[in-house]
Design a protein around this ligand. Structure first.
Ligand code: SAH
Length: 224
């Protein structure tokens, strides 16, 4: 995995260096992230590439940062936690992400699973994310400009689904596109009261449990 983002990104200095990523990983571990596979990917994924140069010096702080158009790149702890939940019962083959944003979460997933499908409603963000995937030679991410509320019907079912924007509940179409024994992770609830929620599908039953409190931008409808 380390080879994936090899030399080209090892020359960063100061806060975009490997040292900064190592410090971030140490902090995530202190804050309860246990899965070594996830920590390894965070250690090798250049988060500074996913944000504006003006903010790059803050890339390895454990905070969400603005990416323009009112959206944010998720906090590393949240990305790590959601990824941990998605792979805890085995590595899924294909994962659907709703809310590509910067593309960071998709890049983290792409290092772990065979195929990532990611849907974003804001075209301008999607275009920038695609450019990053290309530059990083991430060839197992497929992107789509669409309203994620309808999922990606032609590629369903998915072994895992992750929503990186918060709604009151999970859209029915996404529940239906989850494979049997699949896992879906989503922030649910109203602003200020969102909980990370894990849903497991057992044939035609969806079992849900609420985990940590989180703060995400809202899941909206339509295209932009
Ligand atoms: N996973 C992203 C987080 C981006 S923030 C990252 O790692 O950077 C959430 C993103 O969800 C925003 O880009 C927002 O435009 C997008 N979004 C919100 N509602 C959506 C919808 N219905 N369909 C697709 N994307 C949506």
């Amino acid at each position: 995995m380390s080879a994936l983002f090899g030399a080209a990104h090892n020359h960063g200095s100061g806060m975009t260096s490997q040292r900064a990523r190592d410090r971030l990983v140490a902090r995530l571990r202190e804050d309860g992230i246990k899965d070594a596979r996830v920590l390894d990917v965070i250690r090798t994924t250049p988060r500074h590439v996913f944000i504006d140069e003006a903010l790059a010096s803050r890339a390895y702080e454990d905070v969400a940062l603005p990416i323009g158009l009112g959206q944010t790149i998720s906090q590393p702890w949240v990305v790590a936690r959601m990824t941990e939940l998605l792979i805890e019962h085995g590595i899924p083959k294909c994962v659907l992400e709703i809310g590509t944003g910067s593309g960071y979460q998709a890049a983290v997933l792409a290092a772990l699973v065979d195929q990532v499908y990611t849907v974003e409603r804001i075209e301008e963000l999607l275009r920038a994310a695609r450019r990053r995937f290309r530059n990083l030679k991430l060839e197992n991410i497929r992107t789509r400009h669409d309203d994620g509320n309808i999922g990606w019907p032609s590629e369903a079912p998915f072994d895992a689904i992750v929503l990186t924007a918060a709604g009151e509940s999970v859209p029915r179409k996404l529940l239906d596109q989850l494979a049997p024994q699949g896992v879906l992770v989503a922030p649910l609830g109203s602003p200020g009261k969102q909980k990370l929620t894990r849903i497991r599908r057992e044939s035609d039953e969806w079992l849900s449990d609420e985990l940590e409190e989180v703060s995400f931008v809202p899941l909206l409808g339509g295209l932009s």
